[in-house]
Structures are given as C-alpha cells and as structure tokens.
Design a protein around this ligand. Structure first.
Ligand code: PMV
Length: 338
C-alpha cells in the first residue's frame, strides 16, 4: 500500500471509537492479510473509546515502550495486547522506511477484551497516533487499511463514524453506510464480567471453520446483511432488531460448536438475554447482541433507553451499564496526554 507523507511531528494523541457489529466478522480466509469469510456491518460508538499517545524518536535506537493505562472501572489491556502493539509498530515503521523508537501509552474508557471490541478502537487509535507521529496523514480509508493490517478485522470499521460496512473481499477499506446523524441508535452495554475473556477473538476466528454450523451461517448471511443494511437506510428498528439478535446467537452457536468449543457466555449473559426478551413482551423494542465476550449490548432507539437502562440495572448479575450511542470517527491532536 502507498503511504501518504507529511512533515514529522513528535507527540500525537488520538481517540478512536469502538464499534458494535450487527453482522459479525467470524472466521478468516487469510489471517495474514485479514480477509474475512463474510462482509460485516457495525455501528460506531461514542463513549467506548481508546485514547493513545505516541511519540516517535526518529533515529534513536532502543526498544519501543508500551504503557497500558487502566481507566476508572476498566481493566488495562492484557499483556498479549502489548505484543500485538509492538508488532504493529514494526509494521508501521517499515511502511514508511524510518528508523527510530516509539513511546506509546494507551487506555480504554471501558473494560478491555470483554466483548467491547477493544482491539478495534485500540488498533485504530494506535494506527492514527503512531502513523501521524511517523509523518503520515491517513484518510479514513487509509486509516481503515492501516488499522486492519494490525490483524484486527473489526478495526477496519472504527475508522469511520455512523454505520459501517467492511466488504472484506476485494478491497482493503471499510465504507460508511450512513453517518452518525442518520439514526441515533443507543447501545446499553450490560457489564456482567470485567475480566478478560479466556479465548481471544483471533483464536475464535481460527476455530470457527471447525463448527458444523459455520457453512450454514455463511449461507444465511447475504440475506441478513441486506435486511440489516436496508433497515438502517430506512431507520426501521422493527426490521433491524430481530436480525441482529439472530445473528449474535448464530455467531455464538458457531463458537460453542467449534473444536475445541469456545464459550464466551456466562450466567449473567443468560440473565440479560432473558430480561431483553421480557422487555419486548412489555412492549419495549430492545434487542441484544454480543461480540466475543460475555457482556451484552442492548440496542434500542433513544425513547426507550431510560427504561432499558433501569431494567438492566435491576438485574443481579449486571455490575454496571455503559450507556452509549452511535458516534463519530477517530480524532487526533498534537501533544502527549497520557
Ligand atoms: O477484529 P477481531 O479479530 O477482534 O474480531 C472481531 C470479532 C467480533 O467482535 C466477534 C465480530 C465483529 O465483527 O466485530
């Protein structure tokens, strides 16, 4: 990939949003190039973000320093994450052909590795801060490709605000389906577990094709993706909700039936799923989705957010509720703030 080039800056701080997948990336055709088996579709979030400061000491020798900072209420990123950060820094440096060392500090505003796509926001923030510190000025498409080259496919979608589709096959970048002002959907994340999951999503992708249900889900996806995209275009929550809930259950069905099986759900997950079904029986339009983790994202329109939040708070297994909504893409500013 051709990398865009501008004057070098010393320290840069970036902020990048996480995203919640409505149609999920699960299983890769090519892990090296991060080519998924299927296109995916997500909503970019506002409050669940990664903040990353990068300083590049051009020409200096020595090892890169990576500091994982814990935010209030959030676990720091797991140690495997630093290894992936170091590998990504090597990749970015090689891309521009510069020698030097990095100092990186990164934090999440939410628990990492618990099904809130911390790799998506983390690698997008890192690619933007480190890329700018190296003198790059990436467009959203270029940032999407840079972030995805970290190995996190979902990171390709965090380069844009609003509703984002990652075709994944013949193009590097994801693309915006609709911007953040199109439809103000809410995501109430019921936190039932804050410790990092035992099986990484990368390992889950590797095992996915061993499930007898993998192929069947792939066959269902084109129709599901079309229905979800159309629902977003028309702002039709009655059409979107059932599709995203069905899709999340299918992803976990594939994970649970992989060899060896991957169980991301915990007892709290079941309690939240049941509560969301009860809410619907009470006439409240809310639907669940889960990424690779036990925590449940409850999607609803703004009018129902308060009642959904109150119901989630009343559940025994819910430690806290992160109130989030659709939001803008990443931003950056000069200076180190972490
Ligand atoms: O981007 P990765 O490798 O962390 O995988 C993301 C997997 C899911 O969050 C479960 C689905 C998705 O599309 O975000």
């Amino acid at each position: 990939m051709e990398l865009p080039y501008i004057l070098s800056e010393r320290s840069i701080t970036s902020e990048a949003p996480s995203n919640i997948a409505f149609i999920k990336y699960w299983g890769a055709l090519d892990f090296e190039r991060v080519i998924p088996h299927n296109p995916s579709l997500s909503m970019t979030l506002t409050s669940c973000r990664s903040v990353c400061s990068a300083t590049f000491f051009e020409g200096e020798t020595g090892s890169d320093e990576v500091l994982l900072v814990s935010d209030e209420g959030g676990a720091p990123a797991p140690p495997q994450f630093s290894e992936r950060i170091l590998a990504h820094l090597d990749r970015l440096r090689a891309g521009v052909g510069k020698e030097g060392r990095f100092r990186i500090a990164t934090r999440n505003t939410f628990p990492a590795a618990a099904g809130i796509a911390s790799s998506a926001s983390g690698f997008t923030a890192l690619s933007l801060a480190a890329g700018r510190a190296l003198g790059l000025d990436p467009s959203a498409d270029e940032l999407s490709a840079l972030a995805q080259s970290s190995g996190s496919g979902s990171a390709s979608r965090s380069a844009y605000g609003g509703y984002v589709r990652w075709p994944g096959s013949d193009t590097d970048a994801a693309e915006q389906v609709a911007d953040e002002d199109h439809w103000p959907l809410c995501d109430l994340v019921a936190i039932v577990e804050t410790q990092a999951k035992k099986v990484s999503s990368l390992e889950g992708h590797r095992r996915a094709t061993s499930s007898p249900y993998f192929q069947h889900r792939l066959e269902l996806l084109p129709e599901r993706l079309a229905a979800a995209t159309e629902a977003i275009e028309r702002r039709d929550f009655a059409q979107l909700g059932p599709v995203i809930e069905e899709e999340a259950i299918d992803l976990h069905l594939v994970a649970m039936s992989s060899q060896p099986p991957v169980f991301y759900w915990g007892p709290g997950t079941m309690e939240v799923l049941a509560a969301v079904r009860d809410l619907r029986e009470d006439g409240v339009a809310a639907f669940s989705t889960m990424d690779a983790g036990a925590n449940v994202h409850v999607i609803c329109e703004p009018d129902n957010a308060a009642v959904v939040e109150a119901r989630l708070h009343s559940l025994q297994s819910v430690e806290r509720v992160l109130v989030d909504r659709v939001g803008e893409g990443p931003v950056w500013r000069p200076g180190a703030e972490l």
